[in-house]
Design a protein around this ligand. Structure first.
Ligand code: BES
Ligand code: MN
Ligand code: MN
Length: 458
């Protein structure tokens, strides 16, 4: 193992230089004009996997963006890791808020700034380099590894479930490893054992055939902007509790042990509030901030559009109003069922004065696992060796829908070991990855393969 660590230490600067090329590809899956770039990122990933010594490297075409696959299966009897990550990234707008261009990776104060640095190319690349270190230094890996990377994670993984279902044999493994999440805090490495699910909708209201003079017609018809506000106002009470009937029926309550563990985490609520720039924190009453984000469902308005929003004033009754809304789901809530409950509630609370269209968009199931399981504990040892500190166990409010698919379809547990940070600016301007964490993350990944190999199948 020392030779492998030496290789990683020696390669430190080269790895960063290589990562910059990966980050230079604007593989924005949400924007059709970047389809070519998305494909280039798939090709780059494939070439890199071949270069580090992985075998059977190939692209699997899907109706959308290709799945990148490669494996190394030279450790008979040892467990097989299925490593998952994504090579697509979020859009970069608003561009003017970036200090350096999003696709020209720039290093400032020990952090590399670029779209995809933390979410997820930087963390995927960490594993490429850990694999490289083992294979170049010893000619083998301590366990078997299959890598799959998708290019549609940021747009709802529409084709991945079908891919997993139709490639069960190729994907057979013992444990899934993913690095696509932040650690608890700077200097506090963590393993994430739970994710929320998601259920996303667009609501469109139409009041009249076209915009109207608000003097000539105000008083005669309902205003869809106002109706939308009234509809949204009925989604939650003032204590932050969601009012959709039946919404909480299936939620698994946070257990007392977990709640006690969260209390012990080094969380400074005042600093958190200040860093967010919020005058006051808000969430469901009866729960701490950590509990609200990790273990409780939410209803959020993601965007609103209606009427005149330009400079000056215009006396108009808008013809239409639109909202994008989504719910983060706690373990055991089913996106399909919650979606049905939401749809009937919206229909019930929307007055007949407007025409309502409800469009269901993507979703994903929540996930939670036992952090005492052997593979999670193997990861904890690897992280402790690499970071010099035992990781804390956390959950996250974000979603990686395929994790529950891996569980259901392949019967696999997942280890979520991420090295991002809470202030990594994922999905926002100035996304960044700490280079110290990137480096230690490569070591931790290399050690994780070692730990999993050495401990055999669980
Ligand atoms: N890497 C994130 C998921 C994540 C975020 C995990 C925060 C842990 C903490 C992933 O790329 C992501 O953004 N997922 C989307 C999923 C959606 C598009 C279905 C999300 O959470 O909004
Ligand atoms: Mn991600
Ligand atoms: Mn993301």
């Amino acid at each position: 193992m020392n030779a492998v660590i030496d290789y990683i230490n020696t390669g430190r600067d080269r790895f960063v230089a290589e990562l910059k090329h990966y980050l230079a590809i604007p593989s924005i899956s949400a924007l059709p004009q970047h389809a070519g770039d998305v494909r280039r990122a798939a090709d780059f990933s494939l070439d890199e996997l071949k270069r580090v010594g992985m075998q059977h490297a190939q692209l699997f075409e899907t109706p959308g963006n290709p799945v990148v696959y490669a494996d190394w299966l030279g450790a008979p009897g040892a467990p097989t890791i299925l490593f998952y990550g994504h090579y697509d990234v979020q859009p970069v707008d608003p561009l003017n808020l970036w200090t350096s261009p999003p696709f020209e990776a720039t290093i400032r104060d020990g952090e590399i700034y670029a779209r995809g640095s933390a979410d997820d190319k930087g963390q995927v690349f960490m594993h490429f380099k850990a694999i490289e270190a083992h294979l170049k230094q010893t000619g083998k890996l301590p366990c078997n590894i299959k890598v799959i990377l998708e290019g549609e994670e940021e747009v709802g993984s529409e084709n991945l479930d079908d891919f997993v279902r139709s490639h069960k044999t190729e994907l057979a493994a013992d444990v899934v490893v993913i690095s696509d999440s932040p650690m608890f805090d700077r200097g506090v490495p963590s393993i994430c054992y739970g994710l929320r699910g998601l259920c996303y909708f667009q609501i469109d209201l139409r009041g009249t055939a076209s915009d109207l003079h608000s003097g000539s017609f105000g008083g005669a018809v309902a205003n869809p902007s106002f109706v939308l506000a009234q509809v949204l106002a009925q989604m939650k009470d003032r204590g932050g509790r969601i009012k959709i009937p039946g919404f909480y029926d299936d939620v698994v309550p946070l257990n007392p042990d977990e709640r006690a563990e969260y209390e012990k985490l080094p969380f400074n609520e005042k600093r958190y509030r200040k860093e967010l720039g919020a005058p006051k924190l808000f969430g469901e009453s009866g729960y701490s901030t950590m509990e609200r984000v990790w273990g409780r469902p939410t209803f959020e308005v993601n965007g609103l559009l209606s009427g005149f929003t330009g400079e000056g004033a215009k006396t108009v009754i808008p013809a239409v109003a639109m909202a994008k809304v989504s719910m983060r789901l706690a373990p055991n809530q089913a996106p399909q069922k919650i979606g049905d409950l939401f749809e009937s509630y919206v229909k019930k609370v929307t007055p007949k004065t407007v025409d309502l269209t409800v469009t269901r968009m993507h979703g994903g199931k929540p996930w939670v696992t036992d952090y005492k399981s052997p593979y999670v504990q193997a990861a904890a040892r690897a992280i402790e060796q690499a970071f010099g500190q035992r990781p804390v166990f956390t959950r996250e409010g974000g979603s990686i829908p395929v994790v529950s698919t891996f569980q259901e379809v392949l019967g696999l547990p997942t280890v979520l070991f991420g090295v991002g940070l809470p202030d990594e600016n994922a999905h926002a301007p100035n996304e960044k990855l700490d280079l110290g964490n990137f480096h230690n993350g490569i070591i931790a990944s290399a050690m994780l393969y070692e730990q999993i190999g050495a401990n055999g199948k669980a």
